[in-house]
Design a protein. Structure first.
Length: 391
């Protein structure tokens, strides 16, 4: 009987290797990963979501908790050493704070004497006085010395060092609220408004646009003329008018207002996609076998137009975030004490020259969030639109 030898597996392979077939969504993800800006945007979106969702559970402060004694504490402080363990910091409100070596704020020192003639303030610490002589600011504005600190016959003319504010990592505002905590709660409000308003706009816009595009004729004419009427006036005017008429400044009012008018762009997009698809062979085949119009729209047309819809949805979110911030900034959006990036920017306007970080931080949060969503939206548009694909 003849013996048989098994062939090695490597010899069974075809010389020409065929790569694994990719589905539409796998191919879109591959193209999205190749776009560096879109991945930066995706990382930014994930960070903002974690910042707003998880952040408030980590910070020891709430958005409304006030510590008036520690107000206007900046993120970094130039401190003067008065003892081996402690330093002092004079804020722009002439409140003297006792600082530990690692940057924690211990407490505020009580003001005892104000010598307006000699420009010297005296604060009490451990039964003795800490003298802050700031006449240099008045008589020598171009000099190197802002003020001197004297304690127990020891005078310090220059800041000993600069420390990071460990009590309030991003500083405190004009009533002693933690800026970082308010930024986190502001992110939560902005994302809630953006996502809910975007989903409402998605539902209304997709339904309206698909019905208009599929039915065509007189129905399409009437429905699109309604959209033209809404578009004839800037949408921001509608939003402001509705906010004033409702006369309620809360998150649900903003969502209702945005959801009532921002769907027109989605409706136009979906209508155009449906018109380009409704005469395709697979739609005609569905009609021949008796599939209802509703099922044709929901099961055949909308899924095939999902790419542009998702791109438009991604672009709609930063628009909603910016609109909410703008409404809060002009005073008809989220009201105090609730934290909103627009409200924070509005409160910081009057302190721009003395406390610029109060305006820079919420403005930076708005800018980075909008930029991240725009980067992601551009990447999705290139990945999902076959006409924009290259390679």
């Amino acid at each position: 009987m003849r013996d048989f030898n098994f062939v090695d597996k490597s010899k069974k392979l075809d010389k020409e290797q065929i790569r694994e077939s990719l589905t539409y969504w796998k191919d879109a993800w591959r193209r999205l990963k190749a776009n560096k800006l879109s991945m930066i945007g995706l990382v930014g979106v994930i960070f903002i979501m974690l910042f707003g969702i998880v952040g408030p559970f980590i910070t020891p402060y709430t958005y409304y908790e006030q510590q008036d004694e520690l107000r206007l504490s900046p993120p970094t402080m130039k401190v003067y050493q008065i003892t081996d363990e402690y330093y002092v910091f004079l804020n722009n409100d002439y409140k003297l704070l006792l600082i530990s070596e690692d940057g924690h704020i211990i407490r505020r020192l009580d003001l005892q004497i104000q010598d307006f003639v000699n420009k010297i303030y005296y604060y009490e610490y451990e039964g003795d006085l800490v003298a802050i002589d700031y006449h240099y600011r008045v008589y020598e504005p171009d000099g190197d010395i802002d003020y001197t600190v004297t304690y127990l016959d020891n005078t310090v003319e220059q800041p000993t060092k600069t420390v990071w504010n460990k009590t309030f990592l991003l500083g405190s505002d004009h009533v002693g609220r933690d800026v970082l905590a308010r930024l986190m709660y502001g992110a939560r409000i902005s994302l809630t408004v953006a996502f809910i308003a975007a989903l409402v706009n998605l539902f209304i816009g997709v339904t309206y646009g698909s019905v208009s595009g599929f039915r065509g004729g007189a129905v399409d004419e009437v429905m699109m003329r309604i959209v033209d009427i809404i578009n004839s006036i800037p949408l921001m005017i509608y939003v402001i008018l509705l906010m004033v008429l409702l006369n309620k400044s809360n998150i649900w009012t903003i969502i209702l207002t945005l959801g009532s008018v921002y769907w027109v762009g989605m409706a136009r997009l979906v209508r155009g996609q449906i018109i380009s698809l409704k005469n395709q062979e697979f739609v005609l085949a569905a009609r021949v076998i008796g599939v209802s119009q509703g099922k044709i729209i929901s099961r055949h047309l909308i899924p095939n137009a999902l790419g542009p819809i998702l791109v438009s949805l991604t672009m709609m979110i930063p628009t909603a975030i910016f609109t909410e911030a703008f409404l809060s900034f002009i005073g008809i959006g989220i009201s105090a004490p609730q934290a909103s990036w627009g409200t924070m920017a509005n409160e910081a306007i009057s302190m721009l020259q003395t406390q610029p970080y109060l305006l820079v931080l919420p403005s930076l949060a708005i800018g980075l969030t909008v930029l991240s969503f725009n980067f992601l939206g551009d990447g999705l548009r290139a990945a999902l639109d076959p006409r924009l694909r290259q390679g």
